[in-house]
Design a binder for this molecule. Structure first.
Ligand code: BG6
Length: 316
């Protein structure tokens, strides 16, 4: 009886619908009214709303929702490459592929399911993909929404056969902010970063906190597992907790680059900020049979929080 009640609760919390291209998307809901939407196109989270229905992730009004193209917004999965170079497309192929729902995922820790509505997705490469990246892998993605509205993504990549391979990875998280000039990031002070605007030259962060007045495109190295993004106008703070992801990407295209992107409005840079849990500087190497896990948990708290109140030991 208890078991069947749990199953019907689970069904109410997880709904599968189709987008305008006929691609399945999974809607997760919690009892308080928060929700998240995950598309099988890219395994991409395309919406995360709090219990008041407010959208917490940015998606461009000019985003193009077409298979084989990345969608500008939400949380694209960058795999097996962050950035460009080699035979792979920019930020890898995972965000452009159609994933499937995984009804029989490998076991996770009990706490990864308890009290959450979730979906498990799976990406395997096609024969075509093997021409560009000739390695056999399985990529299992769990997206879950907790009772308190937190969003968690767990990625597990396994080398299923053959030869060792290496990859870089990022959860390219587009946070929705009220005004980029009123936003600051805490947790990355004093760190070294690679500046994509200066041919990946290495610098050391000098400011007390990171604020924005021009284009920023950086990979902060060996960053702490908790990062806070404070939005003064909205009086709310995003807390990003990560594990298995040593680096943090910070990106805002600002005016000039915004104008050059076809799927992004000229003024939209004011309403977004990408802060990604990532592993880029030291790619992950997997031998046959080995598995890697990278987790990120996103929460929203009132802005009276600041990074020294965040318990760095608290997670994972
Ligand atoms: C950032 C990169 O993280 O992603 C930028 O560092 C890039 O250089 C941006 O412009 C967006 O990439 P894309 O491929 O989604 O347009």
């Amino acid at each position: 009886m208890e078991h069947s009640a749990a199953i019907s609760d689970y069904r109410a919390a997880v709904e599968i619908t189709k987008d305008s291209n006929g691609i399945d998307q999974v809607v997760l809901r919690n009892p308080q009214g928060a929700s998240a939407r995950v598309s099988l196109h890219g395994g991409q989270v395309t919406s995360w709303r709090n219990e008041h229905g407010e959208e917490l992730l940015f998606t461009s009004n000019k985003a193009i929702f077409k298979p084989q193209k990345p969608v500008r917004g939400g949380i694209p999965i960058c795999f097996p490459q962050f950035g460009n170079g080699g035979s792979l497309e920019q930020h890898g192929f995972a965000r452009n592929k159609i994933w499937i729902i995984d009804d029989n995922p490998p076991p996770l820790r009990p706490n990864d399911s308890h009290g959450k509505s979730f979906v498990d997705l799976l990406l395997k490469q096609s024969e075509e993909d093997l021409k560009f990246w000739p390695y056999s892998f399985e990529f299992c993605l769990r997206v879950s929404l907790a009772t308190n509205g937190d969003l968690m993504l767990i990625s597990r990549v396994r080398n299923v056969n053959g030869k060792p391979f290496s990859f870089s990875f990022a959860y390219h998280t587009y946070l929705s902010v009220s005004d980029i000039s009123e936003v600051r990031i805490e947790g990355l002070e004093t760190l070294d970063y690679l500046d994509n605007l200066c041919q990946r030259e290495r610098f050391t962060e000098q400011g007390d906190a990171i604020t924005f007045e021009s284009e920023v495109d950086r990979v902060y190295l060996s960053s702490p597992n908790v990062i806070a993004v404070l939005d003064h106008e909205k009086k709310r703070t995003y807390v990003i907790r990560k594990d298995g992801l040593p680096d943090a990407v910070v990106w805002n295209p600002w005016e000039r680059k915004s104008r050059s992107m076809v799927d992004f409005g000229d003024e939209e840079y004011k309403q977004m900020l990408c802060v990604d849990g990532a592993t880029i500087d030291k790619p992950v190497i997997l031998k046959p049979g080995e598995e890697w896990t990278g987790r990120v948990q996103l929460s929203v708290v009132p802005s009276s929080f600041c990074s020294d109140q965040l318990n760095l030991q608290e997670w994972f």
